[in-house]
Design a protein around this ligand. Structure first.
Ligand code: CU
Length: 172
C-alpha cells in the first residue's frame, strides 16, 4: 500500500514535469489575477445558470463534477465554475471546444497565461471561462453553438488529459 502511494506520487510528479516541459517557458509560479478586458464581459446570473465544480488536490484527483453538460442550442447561457481545489497547482478553467481538439487547444494554450491559458486565435475554441483561482468561483456568459456535440476541458497546463467532458447542444 505504502509503495503504491509512492509510485502514484512519482507518477503524478512525472506528469507534472512533462506538462511543464511541454509548456516551454511556463515557469512562473505566481497566480496573480490579471485584470484584463475578458473580465469586463457581461455576465447574466439567472436561475438558469449552470454550476460546474472542479475539484482535486493533485494531477490524479483533479476533475469536473460533470462528464456531460447539456444545454439548448443558439441560446445565451451563463456557466459558473466553482474551484473547490486548495492546492496552488490547481487553478482551473472551462474551455468549450470543437470535438477532437482537446490536445491542440490544451497544448496551444499553455503560452497564454494572460488569456487564461487559451490561445485567443484558436478557432477550435467556442467559449471559455476566466482562470478560476483556488477556492473561487467565476461566471461567464456566451451564446451556445448550433445543435451538436462539442467538448469541454480545463486548459490549465497538464490538466486537459483528465479534466474533460462532452458539451451537447440540443433543440430547445
Ligand atoms: Cu484544471
Amino acid at each position: 500500500m505504502y509503495i503504491q502511494k509512492i509510485k502514484m506520487k512519482f507518477l503524478v510528479f512525472i506528469i507534472f514535469c512533462l506538462s511543464i516541459i511541454a509548456c516551454g517557458s511556463h515557469s512562473d509560479s505566481s497566480f496573480d489575477d490579471d485584470i484584463n478586458s475578458s473580465r469586463a464581459q457581461t455576465v447574466m446570473i439567472t436561475s438558469d445558470t449552470i454550476y460546474i465544480t472542479a475539484s482535486g488536490e493533485n494531477m490524479s484527483e483533479m476533475k469536473f463534477d460533470k462528464k456531460v453538460i447539456r444545454v439548448p442550442a443558439n441560446k445565451a447561457i451563463t456557466i459558473a465554475l466553482i474551484n473547490k481545489s486548495s492546492d496552488a497547482t490547481m487553478p482551473h478553467n472551462l474551455v468549450i471546444i470543437k470535438k477532437g481538439s482537446a490536445n491542440q487547444v490544451g497544448q496551444g494554450g499553455c503560452k497564454y497565461k494572460e488569456n487564461a491559458y487559451v490561445n485567443p486565435t484558436d478557432t477550435n475554441v467556442i467559449a471559455h471561462s476566466p482562470l478560476v483561482q483556488i477556492g473561487e468561483t467565476e461566471y461567464f456568459s456566451f451564446i451556445t453553438p448550433s445543435i451538436g456535440t462539442y467538448e469541454f476541458i480545463c486548459s490549465y497546463p497538464g490538466h486537459w488529459s483528465l479534466m474533460k467532458g462532452e458539451f451537447i447542444t440540443e433543440k430547445s
